[in-house]
Design a protein around this ligand. Structure first.
Ligand SMILES: Cc1ncc(C[n+]2csc(CCOP(=O)(O)OP(=O)(O)O)c2C)c(N)n1
Length: 617
């Protein structure tokens, strides 16, 4: 196989097995998308990774990691006002951050067209919740396409782009985790000749100021655009009916990945209901749904997460005085988690036991894998920081976590970080906890990418309102948790920014200098008002990956001098690096596959039994 970057840039049609996220990049190129923006977050970061496989000078569009999802949305919107087709992509909860700008998009005459790709995460595989963003799309009056596979992700992006350009509007491509990450053979079309960047903004194309009565006219326009979208959806046949000869009159309405789970289950059923698969989930194409409801009874609406389709379809049936029984969620549990084949099997066999025997297993058997709790990598600077900071804390102190690799500090053996909301929330929550609180000191944690993303307002609030907190910024030079994406810290040193904000107490040190860090935190905690500690160390996963690429690289390890070791086990119980193996006879060994020889664990040994192997630096 050609390199991914070359493949994506090919002029001729080709067929290849690609990830859903990668297939979307080819669609961007084919549709002439000119500006692409993002803030990283699973399940979409591989879109950025695929874009970055195309050398910047060959990339047919501008790409940036914006400072957060709201700014990513605004940059893409601005470029579209100039006449370019643009795209912003981010994860489910990213929409919460983008929302203030996102809800306005439907009102605007977006000259070049705009696609927003949002990766929802049913099952909360890598998110702090499994929010159903379909609730927001209705409110924002945006058209939404939902693919079930990489093949459809590619095709639906192209549809989204075509409709966005035609109607000068925004169209959402709703991906979910396994559509993003699944791999499938996709047939790609040829690439048209390149389209130039445009800078044609003209306010006559507006109105773009949605104030007072203008906002209402703009809303009327957005409603009209949605009607036209419904027409497009019908014309393009985005909603499809799969007919079975032996359906017993029953029907299922579903969309996205759930449809594949249903198809999987129906391979084992005694009869097969017809399926209406919705490729467009907002607006709903009423004609096709009504004709399905008129020709099937009962109809089951199967959808992951909330009952968005179900309620609309029930309302449609009611308005048209249909007698068809429309069923959907049967229990609270139906609102929770992914609709895997097993879950769908369970649901269908309970509801229609004559159709499928209860206890039948879905085709995809769950593979039993050992549990693997999330943990910090060997050598992680955050581990050294938590080890050191714990020594400075008292039991009564309240520790407030934020989102990033350092969230893992809440786990044993550190147990630091007792509350978590979302990105950038730690300073604000800590400020609230500090009010009228003279007994407990309040310590907040914040990663460096998050500092720029949403951390600054909470910090500025703490300065402005004189809150009494200690903020520890865990600076590792990258957006580590989502795969080492770049962030604004490359251009803007955090310490300088803090000084510029007028913060008087700013202390900083490398986290490997553990005793120094303990002292700095102790000093900080004595200060009345706001104090900041910057706990720095480069992300060691990123660092070692780069080191290993260097010619002549030799991996060194740490060693344990078994004669000196007193089996105190601080290395295992307090430092907690996964590299240490505690044997049944209480001796301690090193897992050489994991150890990166960084030596950050050495201060954890009170008898100095941890050393470097020969040649290590
Ligand atoms: C609004 C929002 N956008 C994106 C994410 C995905 N996400 C989780 S952690 C993280 C990055 C954290 O980076 P940083 O603050 O530098 O901490 P690190 O992981 O490097 O320790 C991101 C982007 C999210 N959870 N919420």
């Amino acid at each position: 196989m050609k390199k991914l970057g070359e493949l994506l840039m090919g002029k001729d049609p080709f067929e290849e097995i690609l990830m859903g996220n990668e297939a979307v990049v080819r669609a961007m190129i084919e549709t002439g998308t000119k500006v692409v923006t993002s803030y990283p977050g699973s399940p979409t970061p591989e879109i950025a990774a695929a874009i970055q496989r195309i050398p910047e000078d060959k990339r047919p569009f501008y790409f940036e990691f914006s400072v957060n999802e709201k700014v990513a949305t605004e940059v893409a919107f601005g470029a579209a006002l100039d006449g370019n087709l643009s795209c912003a992509f981010y994860k489910s909860v990213g929409l919460n951050v983008a929302l203030d700008s996102f809800v306005q998009l439907g009102l605007m005459n977006i000259i070049g067209g705009m696609v927003v790709v949002i990766g929802d995460d049913p099952g909360a595989n890598s998110s702090q919740n499994e929010q159903d963003n379909r609730n927001v799309y209705k409110m924002s009056r945006v058209t939404v396409f939902e693919p079930a596979s990489p093949r459809e992700a590619y095709a639906y992006y192209k549809h989204a782009a075509a409709l966005a350009v035609k109607e000068k509007t925004v169209v959402v491509l709703r991906l979910t985790t396994h559509v993003c990450h699944a791999r499938q053979k996709v047939k790609f079309d040829a690439c048209k000749k390149s389209i130039p960047f445009k800078t044609d903004f003209n306010r006559e194309n507006g109105p773009y100021i949605a104030l007072t009565t203008m906002a209402l006219d703009m809303k009327r326009l957005s409603i009209k655009k949605l009607h036209r979208s419904e027409h497009y959806i019908k014309q393009m046949g985005l909603n499809t009916v799969m007919v079975s000869k032996n359906n017993h009159g029953k029907g299922i309405i579903t969309s996205g990945l759930t449809c594949l789970s249903v198809l999987d289950v129906l391979e084992r059923s005694h009869y097969k209901p017809d399926i209406l698969k919705l490729g467009a989930i907002n607006p709903l194409e009423k004609d096709c749904i009504l004709s399905f409801l008129k020709t099937h009874d009962p109809v089951l609406v199967l959808e992951e997460l909330d009952d968005i389709l179900e309620l609309q379809i029930k309302a449609l049936a009611y308005d048209h005085e249909l007698k068809t029984k429309v069923m959907g969620k049967q229990s609270d549990e139906d609102f929770v988690g992914e609709y895997t084949p097993d879950k769908v099997m369970d649901k269908l066999s309970t509801l229609w036991p004559d159709m499928i025997t209860k206890g039948e297993k879905a085709a995809v058997l769950p593979v039993k894998v050992p549990e693997r709790p999330a943990q910090m990598c060997p050598g992680c600077g955050h581990r050294s920081a938590f080890f050191a900071i714990k020594k400075a804390l008292e039991d009564t102190d309240v520790t407030v976590a934020d989102i990033g690799c350092h969230t893992l500090g809440y786990m044993p053996p550190y147990n630091i970080g007792e509350i978590l909301l979302c990105m950038g929330a730690s300073s604000g929550m800590a400020s609230g906890l500090s009010l009228f609180n003279n007994k407990k000191r309040v310590v907040a944690f914040l990663g460096d990418s998050t500092f720029f993303h949403a951390g600054l307002p909470g910090l500025i609030n703490a300065i402005f309102n004189h809150h009494n907190i200690t903020l520890i910024i865990m600076e590792n030079g990258t957006t580590a948790m989502t795969g080492h994406q770049d962030h604004a810290g490359r251009e803007i040193p955090i310490e300088g920014l803090l000084k510029g904000l007028g913060i008087e107490s700013i202390l900083s040190c490398d986290t490997y200098s553990q005793s120094k860090l303990t002292d700095l935190v102790k000093t900080s905690l004595k200060i009345k008002g706001l104090s900041v500690v910057i706990a720095k160390h480069p992300c060691m996963l990123k660092f070692t990956r780069l080191q290993r690429k260097k010619p002549g690289f030799v991996q060194t390890h740490i060693t344990i001098d078994q004669k000196t070791c007193d089996q105190i086990h601080d290395c295992v119980e307090r430092f907690g690096c996964p590299t240490f193996i505690r044997n049944p006879d209480e001796t301690v060994d090193i897992n050489l596959d994991l150890c990166i020889g960084d030596g950050s664990c050495r201060p954890s040994c009170p008898v100095k039994a941890v050393g470097f192997d020969k040649g290590a630096k």
